[in-house]
Design a protein around this ligand. Structure first.
Ligand code: UDP
Length: 380
């Protein structure tokens, strides 16, 4: 008699979680003899994630619909917990998986702990060691790692962090980051840009993509960064086209439009779907970002990244030289970007660095570990 399939429940909340869990959900579905895969969305984000389900062919089995206008992390947590409890009681999976450091992930870890369902943490072991930065993510990922039964560490550095905190070495696997699997998959697909984006890509000799929305930057740092972008837009008015898909959060939209709205070579656009975003990233001379996911995608596509953070839980690209940490002060950001735009050998040297975040086989390693197969670790 064939053994019973292993029942896996994947929980998703925000855009990066869908992107980073998609390769695992696809791999579980492909291995349907050994796995029964279920998907629950909390609905922490809505508009940003719906197109991703279509792109990756994901059909959620449960939707907790927690999103409310102006929601705080406490709102999301308190709305998600009862829903997760009933889904866990209904599904009784062998493992529940969640990726990263959002409130959805923390809620999933807590609900799984209470229901005594084993929890596997994807992208385990990242640490900035500063609860204020990134806020609230550093706290969320620590809670998730406290109760995990499988730690899927993207890099060896993440594994070291986990072992230092007492994780069972037999349950820590260095997998690479699944975002590398996702970006390689999507960048290989034929994707047409809309005529408007296509025109932006050719309007000036160089394209610079910008993303910025971190909660700990709201207020002063966000304004400083916008002023830096304004300085840069003025300095490179005829030669660089900046494209900035602006996150819907009003705390971001307000200052961004007030400071950058009238710059002719800064296109403030709606958040892009993943396919077009990846195509634009590929074509960019560099990307200016405070996003962890974009920092991991950039070296995958050979694009230098200037990172708008004071501290980082993803040091690998800075150590390898594929990215630079620019902070959030106006002058520092201007200098970091100018150096790359003005010194082509420096920019080219960054483009050639090996990708420290993965090799496109992270999902396969995670699925193998869940099945009890031997796993050759990433970078091993
Ligand atoms: N992204 C996207 N469209 C955009 C901006 C970003 O699809 O307009 C993708 C990006 O490629 C990355 C992810 O969204 O994979 C990052 O999401 P976010 O910045 O929300 O999260 P973080 O990485 O900071 O956790």
């Amino acid at each position: 008699m064939a053994p019973k399939p292993i029942r896996i429940l994947s929980v998703l909340g925000t855009r990066p979680e869908v992107i980073k869990m998609a390769p695992i959900i696809t791999a579980l579905a492909a291995d349907h003899r050994r796995f029964e895969s279920r998907v629950c969305v909390t609905g922490q984000h809505r508009a940003l994630v719906e197109p991703l389900f279509a792109l990756f062919g994901i059909r959620p089995d449960h939707d907790l619909a927690v999103m409310r206008p102006g929601q705080t992390p406490t709102d999301v947590l308190s709305a998600a917990l009862p829903g997760l409890q009933s889904v866990l009681r209904h599904e009784r999976p062998d493992w529940v998986l969640a990726e990263g450091d959002t409130t959805t992930v923390m809620a999933t870890a807590i609900a799984a702990f209470h229901e005594r369902v084993p929890f596997g943490h994807v992208e385990a072991g990242l640490r900035s060691r500063d609860f204020a930065r990134p806020f609230p993510e550093e706290f969320n990922r620590r809670v998730a790692d406290l109760v995990a039964g499988w730690w899927f560490a993207p890099t060896d550095g993440a594994r070291t962090n986990l072992l230092r905190e007492g994780a069972d070495p037999a349950r820590v696997v260095v997998t690479g980051n699944t975002v590398v699997d996702a970006v390689l998959d999507v960048s290989a697909r034929p994707a047409a840009l809309s005529p408007a984006l296509e025109a932006l890509g050719t309007r000036r000799p160089r394209l610079v993509l910008v993303t910025m929305h971190r909660r700990e930057s709201f207020g002063g740092p966000l304004e400083q960064i916008c002023l830096a972008l304004a300085d840069l837009a003025d300095a490179y008015r005829d030669v660089v086209q900046f494209v900035y898909p602006v996150h819907p959060n009003p705390a971001v939209r307000g200052p961004v439009h007030a400071i950058l709205g009238d710059r002719e070579n800064v296109a403030l656009v709606e958040p892009l779907e993943y396919g077009p975003f990846v195509q634009l990233l590929r074509r960019s001379a560099l990307v200016i970002t405070d996003s962890g996911g974009v920092l991991e995608e950039a070296p995958t596509l050979g694009v230098p990244a200037v990172v708008l953070r004071e501290v980082t839980e993803r040091p690998e690209a800075f150590l390898s030289g594929a990215a630079v940490l620019a902070g959030t002060a106006r002058e520092g950001v201007v200098q970091a970007v100018r150096r790359l735009l003005d010194d082509e050998p420096v920019r080219r040297a960054m483009m050639g660095k090996p990708n420290p975040y993965g090799d496109g086989k992270a999902a396969a390693r995670i699925v193998a570990a869940l099945a009890g197969d031997p796993v050759e670790p990433f970078g091993g």
